[in-house]
Design a binder for this molecule. Sequence first.
Ligand SMILES: [Zn+2]
Length: 257
Amino acid sequence: MSIHRTHGIVLRTRKFRESSKIIVFFTRRYGKISAIAKGSLKPKSKFGSSLDLFARSSIIFYKKENRDLHTLSHSETLNANKEIAKDVVKLAYASAASEMVERLVPSEEQNETLYELLDAVLKQISVAERNQLELILASYALKMLYAVGYGPELAVCVRCGKDLGNEVWFGMHSGGALCSACHNQDLHAVEMSRATLELMRKFKSISLARLRETHSADEFSRDASDILYAFVRAQISEGAKIRSLDFLERMRDSSFA
Ligand SMILES: [Zn+2]
């Protein structure tokens, strides 16, 4: 058994037996881990609010070799991200952001870029206006794809390497933008406007904080998020679902958000 210290963001929790919880964290040093927090559901638990959904906490856990479930011994809140839980729409966006990570990455693989990105998206969702949330999540989805090695080619045609003209497609199977000569070679290519391509390039190059501060929600086209969420889904194993993203899209399309 070995002892480990790191910072972690709470992706998901579930009740375990009478008084405990199992927490899925995304940690800075160890990537995605699961740990049991014994007694965490008892009143006056030593863990306090540090295990609430989307909290970022400083944690200590014991790791048994060849086990997937570790034991949490200490956890202290660094940032509770409390604004998220107060707004059902923000909660839906934050849930989609964290579930995408959970589905895309294997357990216990360090990815500090992804940790920083998850931390950043939760902060931005906390402070954003509702009409900025779609912009933030779509940009985050693209940045996340690059962080895990599935980032799409957006500079040139992913098949022939030539410059993209005014007519552009996005190849779900090819993994990026396609020119007019190549789009027929990908059965899952969808047409997109030049403006959508430019927006995706911006999503790649500008930080989430800067994007939220400098871009009005009016500039946003739904096409970019539809394509990027579909591309995220194309990377997870067949048949697996990102339930909170499905929920978010239904909620958004019912014009509630
Ligand atoms: Zn081409």
